[in-house]
Write a new protein. Structure first.
Length: 245
């Protein structure tokens, strides 16, 4: 079962669809290094997750077309005093409140002393991932590791041209050019040794493969580090999403 199906076991469909959609936007903007956009999307994610909590603890939730209001200590106390699972009452709200504070207090939703940055965006992405995985776990009482893997699969669905598991990495389009295979492999996993990248692209000649990398680097699509690792650039990510996916 996919993440959406697992969540629908327990939560209203409109909330599930929005929650998954906003999570994908947070993750996508993080990959594109759009820190501010990633953090702004977290505000929508938090608002929908709060409605999930209302549904579980109070039996109904604030309609989507109505403002849910500020997130403050009074709201936290209301959740905590309700009857229900401790995760809904205490743990998830505190994670959401941390996301809410980063979004509102760190120069994202409003002018602040700290500009949007990778560190804050990483906190928001991983917090959203944890919340989503916890909701999956609670919806079916599944093991946390299984819930977390389900969220990983949600992220990995961006790449349907790749077969990847513990034993195999294979680009499934045999007609794809080596340069495009290189970009696609790096889109899946960036910052890897050039030897590993060459193996994943299934390119035999090392000298010619390095030339391909250098050409892509000249086009600002990838970067070869001093440690002989290859990284895809934000421009390279956009290139893959526009042309290959």
């Amino acid at each position: 079962m996919n993440v959406r199906s697992l969540l629908l076991v327990c939560y209203p469909g409109e909330l599930v669809d929005l929650l998954v959609s906003y999570f994908k936007e947070i993750e996508r903007n993080y990959r594109l290094e759009k820190w501010k956009s990633s953090e702004l999307d977290s505000g929508h994610f938090v608002e929908v997750a709060r409605r999930v909590i209302e549904h579980q603890l109070l039996g109904s939730y604030t309609p989507i077309d109505k403002s849910i209001g500020s997130f403050n200590s009074g709201v936290m106390a209301k959740y905590e005093s309700a009857k229900g699972n401790e995760s809904y009452r205490i743990i998830i709200p505190r994670v959401l409140y941390a996301m809410y504070c980063v979004r509102n207090k760190r120069g994202v939703g409003h002018v602040g002393a700290v500009s949007p940055n990778k560190m804050d965006a990483a906190l928001i992405l991983n917090s959203a991932k944890w919340v989503l995985a916890e909701l999956v776990r609670l919806s079916g009482q599944s093991h946390p590791d299984y819930a977390y893997r389900a969220i990983d699969e949600l992220i990995e669905k961006h790449v349907d041209l790749i077969w990847s598991d513990d034993d195999t990495f294979m680009i499934l389009d045999p007609k794809m050019k080596a340069a495009d295979k290189t970009l696609l492999a790096l889109y899946k996993e960036s910052n890897i040794k050039i030897e590993i990248l060459q193996e994943r692209v299934e390119y035999k000649n090392r000298t010619n493969f390095v030339k391909i990398i250098k050409k892509l680097e000249g086009e600002k699509l990838v970067h070869l580090t001093n440690e002989n690792k290859c990284k895809i650039s934000p421009l390279g990510i956009r290139n893959v999403e526009a042309r290959l996916l």
